[in-house]
Design a protein around this ligand. Structure first.
Ligand code: ACM
Length: 510
């Protein structure tokens, strides 16, 4: 059946059920949103209105929430008695995706329905994810993409039962979220004069301004779209480093208020970081207040990666500030800042999540670590009683090459094949059971320095995200079996027009 991710338990029985124009839908309490999703993803493409029915029967799809089930667990039964989807509190959108994959692949085609009857094999599935954090990050700072593409990425993530879209909304090269209180963040910070061409060391530029941003209204729409599909948007406002775009908009946020610093055009780590004055902290809290209004999820990502201290060391103002705060040195400044921001988020009922550099300053209570430099940050966090998401650059940075660089479009570097991704297991050996419990899951990273278009994002994302999704779901097994299943699954991607890397046959050893 080529299901991806592979369900935890599946048994087939002889027989076929058929979805037709006469099929009805019975939605129990709390299943209304999933019923709408089912009508959109399956009813529409099948040419069936899935009209409400009062009684479950052979010609109905029944949706029910069972609060006894784990949050994202679901059961799917297809038999002569009809179809029944039973989900935990967040399980039904996942069950809908499985039913969708059980239908012929042309259910994924746009346009007029190709059949009058849509067969589904009789099957019993009991399924639940191993990991609660199954994510994908898109860097919309290094390149801006139309909001429609963000909707599509949510759809594609949800198809693979991923449940987090982490949006890297700000960086040195662009600020992408409308903040009403600080309009220059997007008027100035969303635009750079030009973009690097070729590899970083070549120093070549295209001479073409690049920019764009998302309005709060667009982002609220994205949040709602994602929520209906079981996906939480995790916004990232990277601080106190990676802040050149904000400093370009408001120079007083930087070390020298009289310095005119353009939005960065080069990739890499920039030395200019936030000056940690009370006014800057007030700015950060004000920005976050608007972020919290738009993004209702529990987790707010504050970056924290790659914040050089050189500018702070050289700054008389900052050295005086460090003394005034009674800190041992500039090295302690980032930890002090992170603690304040974490307290602010906690005061609003949210949790700080950050890259593993935030460990150095001592983790604030409840903070979650995204371990990217290696798995060590995640291990250290878990052992210190903190939760962690494993995203070591190898194999979860999907901006890395996926095959021989000589035959691939330009990428930042590295090499992470589909098979490498499939072999990944998010819980490192050697963690005891309690610490292992705190490894929430894993996530793919699409840093976009070398991903200028949505099609190129798709090329780098698929099929590797199919593999990561199964790893995160917890049912990854032997690679050849997965690769064979992927050959069937790609028909779905073909109907959806996904610009995935071919040929998959080569990966499958055929
Ligand atoms: C990162 O790659 N700087 C998180």
């Amino acid at each position: 059946m080529h299901l991806i991710p592979r369900p935890a338990r599946l048994t087939t029985t002889p027989g076929v059920w058929r979805l037709t124009q006469a099929t009805g839908l019975v939605a129990g309490a709390g299943a209304g949103e999933a019923a709408e999703l089912l009508r959109e993803l399956i009813g529409g493409p099948a040419g069936s209105k899935l009209l409400p029915a009062t009684e479950p029967g052979p010609d109905t799809i029944r949706l029910r929430v069972d609060p006894q089930l784990a949050e994202e667990a679901y059961r799917l039964s297809v038999s002569a008695a009809g179809v029944v989807l039973t989900g935990g509190r967040r399980g039904l959108p996942l069950a809908v995706q499985t039913l969708r994959q059980l239908l012929p692949p042309d259910i994924f085609a746009g346009g007029r329905p190709a059949r009058a009857e849509w067969p589904v094999p009789h099957v019993e599935i009991e399924d639940a994810p191993r990991f609660g954090w199954r994510g994908v990050l898109l860097d919309v700072a290094r390149h801006w993409y139309p909001v429609e593409f963000l909707h599509r990425l949510v759809d594609l993530a949800a198809l693979h039962k991923l449940n987090r879209l982490h949006l890297h909304l700000t960086d040195d090269q662009g600020w992408r979220m409308e903040i009403e209180r600080y309009p220059r963040l997007t008027e100035v910070g969303a635009w750079r004069a030009e973009t690097m061409l070729g590899h970083y060391t070549e120093g070549r530029y295209d001479g073409i301004p690049h920019g764009g941003h998302y309005t709060k209204r667009e982002l609220r729409g994205l949040v709602a779209h994602a929520r209906a599909r079981g996906v939480t948007i995790v916004p990232e406002i990277d601080m106190p480093g990676h802040m050149r775009a904000a400093i370009a908009a408001y120079p007083e946020l930087g070390d020298d208020p009289d310095r005119a610093l353009p939005v960065a055009t080069a990739w890499g780590v920039h030395e200019q970081v936030l000056r940690l004055s009370e006014e800057t902290l007030e700015f950060c809290r004000n920005v976050l207040e608007e972020v919290l209004e738009v993004f209702p999820g529990e987790w707010i990502h504050l970056g924290g990666d790659e914040c050089p201290t050189k500018e702070w060391e050289q700054s008389p103002w900052t050295r005086a500030r460090v003394r005034e705060l009674g800190l041992p040195g500039v090295d302690a400044l980032q930890g002090w800042f992170t603690a304040r921001m974490a307290a602010f988020l906690a005061g609003h009922g949210r949790r700080l999540i950050g890259w593993d550099e935030i460990i150095q300053g001592g983790l604030p209570p409840g903070a979650i670590v995204m371990s990217w430099q290696s798995e060590q940050g995640g291990v250290d966090a878990a052992r210190a009683g903190h939760e962690a998401v494993m995203c070591p650059h190898t194999p979860t940075y999907f901006d890395h090459y996926q095959a021989d660089p000589a035959r691939e479009p330009l990428a930042i570097g590295g090499l992470t094949t589909l098979e490498d991704v499939y072999a990944y297991r998010p819980v490192p050996a050697g963690l005891d059971d309690d610490d292992a419990e705190r490894i929430l899951g894993t996530q793919a990273q699409l840093w976009s320095e070398y991903l200028p278009t949505p099609a190129h994002v798709e090329y780098m994302t698929f099929p590797r995200l199919c593999a990561l999704a199964e790893v995160a779901w917890g049912t990854a097994g032997e690679y050849p079996e997965f690769a064979a299943r992927l050959l069937g699954h790609r028909e779905r991607l073909d109907h959806l027009g996904v610009a995935y890397r071919r040929p998959v046959e080569a990966e499958a050893g055929r």
